[in-house]
Design a protein around this ligand. Structure first.
Ligand SMILES: [Zn+2]
Ligand SMILES: [Zn+2]
Length: 571
């Protein structure tokens, strides 16, 4: 096992570009932070998300090199009890959505070579969509790189016409495969890399992933022992007595954006949206726009963007090629039928409720509405916590209808004082503190002087949270796992929401009436769905404690597309 540092040093020393320039990550911090480190790393994740101190909570999602790098902690948790600290979860899948010409192929090759020549028993498969593409890519990024370096050439056996590299002293092997290749499937691989996923058929992609299911086991950090699943292993290496480390098969999925055509070929974009909305301890997702390659001239791209981005016929291609954005024409997020299917005419604003719930207060001053939405776990419909939700209350304050045309924070506090104690199982009330100074003051006052202040906090979600929130609401509406009251304004708002693909290829929303934003209540509802999701994460299970069959079912869960286009059971 080589350390990340050793692998970087190796690539800097041995891997060169055609011009003779040595490989470097200078100017491209993403190569290490978003690719090399996660691709073989572990993600810090709460042992119990409710028992977390502030310090540990700040570290959630950070990537560490080894499984032993988890954090033991006994500090006081933010809620009651002692912090349980963080475990280091293996990152099984790294998903990179990068623009073209980001250097991903060359950086992938450097990453592959740095393992192949330094680590034992690596079986790395690289899949491209066509044989020709694979072979030319292999020649340029692997074959030629090895030829330019004496040490590499001596240590390996390269079959350029087959796309194969063998490093006998390490018993490691690299195979370049194409989807037309008969032996794309196969077992015992330690790493599967899929390049340009937007061109790969989902059936092929899904049939490759199981080839790592059996890939896990234990190994000596000094390279003496390497055991696969099912083999009996000692605690320490028999040769050097070092404690063995668990290893996992890994998947790397890469693509630039493409044109979406509504077919199952959109799977990669769907995967990216899904992961964005459902962060997983076992998946690392990185999406970049066009600024990851310092060698690309922004003057040139800006010009192309300006000119061709203005033409109706070339507009969508520009967003694909330059902005790395999956593109589809603007359309309504939800149809009338889809909304009506979730409306329950029997629902009214509840005065009180002892159900588990979450709430969001969207704040405004003079133009937009201020709204409060309380969403609860719908115990009548499901025993699986938070799988079904129902709106308990919707309250709206319209500044135009208020004295002076301004929201009065005192009214809001009075309202909260009346209702919040009547919802004793409210888990979280978040107040939008991003813009309104009165909202910040309100949260401070509540936290200081109200007995229910401990569940209240400011909310400073950014674009990513907003997108995730809408993705969750959207999913709930489509799967009818939410019940909403026959609230006229809310219904009208939901109807007016347009779906767009954002810069990174995710679902994003905007109002049909641009400039005049009026999806306030729906926005608050979307954030509630996000808060409900955070509540439900508590039950998430860990991949570290399971293996084999269980890992398979877990991976299925973790990669569950938003629609049922891809069925993981069908290979
Ligand atoms: Zn802690
Ligand atoms: Zn050893």
């Amino acid at each position: 096992m080589a350390t990340l540092e050793q692998r970087v040093k190796f690539a800097e020393k041995h891997v060169t570009e055609k011009s003779g320039k040595s490989w470097t990550t200078k100017g491209r911090p993403w190569v290490l932070d978003e690719f090399w480190r996660p691709a073989t790393g572990f993600k810090l994740w709460p042992r119990e998300s409710t028992l977390l101190c502030q310090r540990c909570s700040d570290l959630v999602g950070d990537i560490v090199e080894y499984q032993d790098d988890g954090i033991k902690c006994r500090r006081n948790a933010m809620q009651h009890g002692k912090c349980k600290g963080l475990k280091a979860e293996p990152i099984i899948m790294t998903v990179l959505c990068l623009p073209r010409r980001s250097g991903k192929t060359f950086n992938t090759a450097s990453w592959v070579l740095s393992q192949l020549y330094q680590e034992k028993y690596k079986r790395i498969a690289f899949v491209a969509s066509s044989e020709d593409q694979m072979l030319s890519l292999f020649r340029e990024n692997y074959g030629e790189v090895i030829k330019r370096n004496k040490a590499l050439s001596r240590a390996s056996d390269v079959r350029e016409s087959q796309g194969i590299i063998r490093v006998p002293s390490k018993r490691s092997m690299f195979e370049g495969l194409s989807t037309s290749h008969g032996s794309v499937t196969g077992r015992g691989r330690t790493t599967v890399i899929m390049d340009e996923c937007r061109d790969l058929h989902p059936r092929v992609a899904m049939s490759l992933i199981p080839s790592i299911f059996e890939s896990h086991g234990w190994e000596c950090p000094n390279g003496h022992l390497h055991a696969s699943a099912g083999e009996e292993v000692p605690k320490n290496c028999p040769a050097c007595s070092t404690k063995l480390r668990q290893w996992f098969g890994r998947i790397l999925l890469m693509s630039s954006a493409g044109i979406l055509d509504g077919s199952e070929r959109d799977w990669f974009s769907e995967l990216v949206s899904y992961l964005q909305a459902n962060p997983s301890p076992n998946v690392h997702l990185f999406q970049a726009s066009h600024r990851v390659n310092p060698d690309i001239s922004s003057e040139i791209t800006n010009t192309v963007e300006d000119v061709f981005g203005s033409l109706e016929s070339t507009k969508s291609y520009v967003s694909v090629e330059i902005e790395n954005r999956f593109t589809r024409k603007g359309e309504n997020l939800l149809t009338k039928g889809e909304i009506d299917a979730c409306v329950d005419n029997g629902l009214k604003n509840r005065i009180e409720s002892d159900k588990q719930c979450v709430a969001f207060l969207d704040t405004s001053k003079t133009k937009d509405k201020t709204s409060l939405v309380i969403l609860s776990y719908d115990e009548e419909r499901s025993i699986d916590p938070w799988s079904q939700v129902v709106i308990e209350r919707v309250d709206v304050w319209e500044p135009q209808k208020l004295p002076g045309g301004v929201i009065n924070p005192k009214d809001i506090l009075e309202h909260l004082d009346l209702y919040i104690p009547l919802f004793p199982n409210l888990k979280a009330l978040r107040v939008d503190t991003r813009v309104m100074p009165w909202a910040i003051a309100l949260v401070k006052q509540i936290k200081k002087s109200r007995p229910w202040g401990r569940i209240v906090d400011g909310y400073h979600g950014k674009r990513a949270e907003r997108k995730a929130s809408w993705q969750l609401l959207h999913q709930r509406m489509l799967t009818r796992t939410i019940r909403i009251p026959p609230h006229k304004e809310l219904r009208a708002e939901l109807l007016s929401v347009r779906r767009v693909e954002d810069l990174d290829g995710n679902l994003d929303v905007r109002d049909a009436n641009r400039g005049k934003r009026h999806i306030d209540i729906a926005d608050a509802l979307a954030v509630c769905c996000y808060l409900a999701h955070l509540e439900s994460i508590t039950q998430r299970r860990s991949l570290t404690s399971v293996s084999g069959f269980q890992a398979h079912t877990l991976l299925q869960k973790l990669y569950r597309p938003t629609t049922s286009k891809i069925d993981l059971d069908k290979f």
